[in-house]
Design a protein. Structure first.
Length: 186
């Protein structure tokens, strides 16, 4: 009788464990799906922000008036100075600030070069239909040339809905170029 009672308890423990594991697996899949969707939504939002800030970042770079070679040399020199600073700790606070500013400008320059490469590639793609032509015009006029969105809609669209649909498609098209797999809705 004792043995039957133990085997029944083992049976119950196994069944409860299986049920709990099944629920945990289902919950983990839900959480995983949520994170995947969150990554996609975040990449779409960030793509739009990149496009909105593109002109300002480009202007920021133009203010530096350094050539690419000068920036690379400065960044290398800054890196060497950083090592020296760690070893000797003799640099002043203002020198550290200037080095930090230079590194920031260099990183921005690299980022702008990447963005320009993506935008030029996208603009060079063959147009399949009228929607592609409209999306590329939005990219050129609003994000590259800086035309006000309301003026552009007024001059080029009969319906605002069509504009916003084209703009959303443009951002969805560009997201994978900026964020890879996270920019694709799965």
């Amino acid at each position: 009788m004792e043995k039957t009672k133990e085997s029944y308890i083992d049976y119950l423990v196994n069944k409860v464990s299986e049920g709990v594991n099944k629920i945990l697996d289902e919950r983990l899949e839900e959480i995983k799906s949520t994170f995947i969707n969150m990554d996609y939504k975040m990449s779409i939002e960030k793509t739009e922000e990149i496009l909105k800030k593109y002109r300002k970042l480009k202007q920021h770079i133009e203010l530096t008036k350094f050539s690419d070679e000068e920036l690379k040399d400065e960044a290398n020199e800054s890196y060497n100075k950083e090592i020296e600073q760690m070893m000797t700790e003799i640099f002043s606070e203002s020198e550290s600030y200037l080095k930090s500013l230079l590194r920031s400008r260099y990183k921005t320059k690299l980022f702008i070069l990447f963005i320009e490469k993506v935008l030029n590639y996208y603009l060079s793609l063959e147009n399949i239909d009228d929607t592609d032509i409209r999306k590329k015009r939005i990219l050129k006029e609003i994000y590259i040339n800086g035309v006000q969105q309301t003026d552009y809609i007024y001059d080029n669209y009969d319906s605002e809905r069509t504009f916003y649909r084209d703009k959303a498609r443009l951002i969805k098209d560009l997201a994978p170029y900026f964020f890879g797999i996270k920019g694709i809705e799965i």
